[in-house]
Design a protein around this ligand. Structure first.
Ligand code: SF4
Ligand code: SF4
Length: 400
């Protein structure tokens, strides 16, 4: 075995550090913001350190990536920075799909960074991009633990964090967690406590090996749209652009599994679904038949599960949803690979002619996004670096 299992007594692991920076990487709804607040409260109010915390919610929609940042100093040094943490000492990943779909979670990691991942995989099965280094990796199946205990995922992840945070007493962190959720029913508080305890005990840990950083380094293939080159007024000029994004991890690790043989097509599930995820087959002179769920948009809220009168929708761990059921889509699917591949080639008229009718509209929209005429004129030179091959404005206007 290439890795060494450590003694799980955290006191033996390391000396105390002067300043600790923590980055929590999660999907909206997993409780990373609350977890960050709890760590900061435990450090500042419980341990009397200096510290701060804030979160970044992206589009502030439940289901999109959320980042939470905590800094604290046992040495009580003044913490002036309240900005994004670019060199984390601890990275906590609440959803394993972030490891492959959002590689920015590896930004700034270094040889002294610890990594905690919610996954059913062992630490040596995790692959990280070339060039990344860690000190230690811990994995635990926090989703299953949270489901079994009917507690928040963040309670379990906090239990795991306490094993890598020597500076904060585990009891203080646990008490802060209970106080934070003290308005919830007693049963839920008890469940959170159980989840926290199991997070402390049910994990796998290893020291990182450089040979583990063998995942191919990926580069961004779409143009970077940011504050420097965004359209004036922040206008979204490519409607329907979410089709190009992979939102399939947008849930808490649990999604409804559809049992077609039980369903009698009453439509109640569709009436309560906040994201219109249900896919129906419409037939002439016959009632529509429910085919299943578009998991690209399902966020796992379970409202449909509650509404279904015959239990044709069962809450299931995301990884156990049959692959066959994941292929249903509400909207026509753009040929994403072709679009991404062609993005680097400037001949858009050829791209459009090769695409299916459904994809063609999407491509025209993404082409608009790339047009220099929509960028701030004084920043056009800046945008050159973000898109390697952009056709000239004149040609684009003529084409459209
Ligand atoms: S769990 Fe059900 S109700 Fe909630 S988003 Fe998914 S399909 Fe819709
Ligand atoms: S509520 Fe249940 S029975 Fe009714 S359509 Fe939805 S899955 Fe089928």
């Amino acid at each position: 075995m290439w890795f060494q299992i450590f003694n799980k007594s955290k006191r033996s692991l390391e000396e105390h550090r002067k300043l600790i920076s923590i980055r929590l990487e999660a999907i909206g709804g997993q409780g990373a913001n609350s977890a960050g607040k709890i760590i900061a409260e435990a450090a500042v109010l419980g341990m009397h350190f200096t510290g701060n915390h804030f979160s970044s919610f992206g589009s502030e929609k439940r289901g999109t990536p959320v980042r939470s940042f905590v800094r604290f100093s046992p040495g009580k040094q003044t913490i002036r920075s309240a900005s994004y943490i670019s060199k984390p000492d601890l990275v906590v990943v609440f959803h394993e799909s972030l490891l492959t779909k959002h590689l920015e979670i590896f930004d700034g990691v270094h040889a002294q960074t610890d990594l905690i991942v919610n996954t059913h995989l062992k630490p040596d099965q995790i692959t990280v991009p070339e060039g990344c280094q860690f000190r230690r990796i811990m994995t635990l199946d926090a989703t299953s633990i949270a489901n079994n205990n009917e507690c928040g995922l963040n309670a379990v992840m906090l239990g795991a964090c306490s094993m890598f945070l020597n500076e904060i007493d585990s009891e203080v962190l646990e008490k802060t967690l209970l106080k934070f959720f003290s308005r919830l029913p007693e049963k839920i508080q008890k469940n959170n406590q159980n989840g926290f305890q199991q997070g402390m005990n049910k994990f796998n840990e290893c020291r990182f090996e450089k040979s583990q950083a063998n995942a191919q380094k990926q580069t961004q293939t779409l143009p970077l749209m940011g504050y420097l080159n965004a359209p004036i007024g922040g206008t979204i000029i490519n409607p329907g652009n979410s089709v190009l994004k992979d939102n399939s991890a947008s849930r808490k690790g649990v999604a409804p599994k559809f049992l077609k043989e039980i369903c009698f097509n009453c439509g109640l599930c569709d009436m309560v679904c906040p994201d219109f995820c249900f896919v129906w087959e419409k037939k002439e002179n016959a009632a529509p038949t429910l085919l299943g769920i578009d998991y690209q948009y399902c966020k796992g809220c379970q409202k449909c599960v509650v509404a279904c009168p015959v239990e044709a929708l069962i809450p299931t761990l995301e990884k156990e949803i049959p692959e066959e059921q994941k292929k249903l889509h509400v909207f026509p699917q753009a040929d994403k690979d072709l679009i991404r591949q062609k993005w680097t080639h400037a001949d858009w008229s050829q791209v459009v002619s090769e695409l299916s009718n459904e994809s063609r509209m999407l491509t025209l929209q993404t082409e608009l996004l790339d047009a220099k005429s929509y960028l701030r004129p004084n920043l056009i030179n800046n945008s050159e670096t973000t898109s390697s091959t952009t056709p000239t404005t004149e040609k684009k206007k003529g084409d459209l």
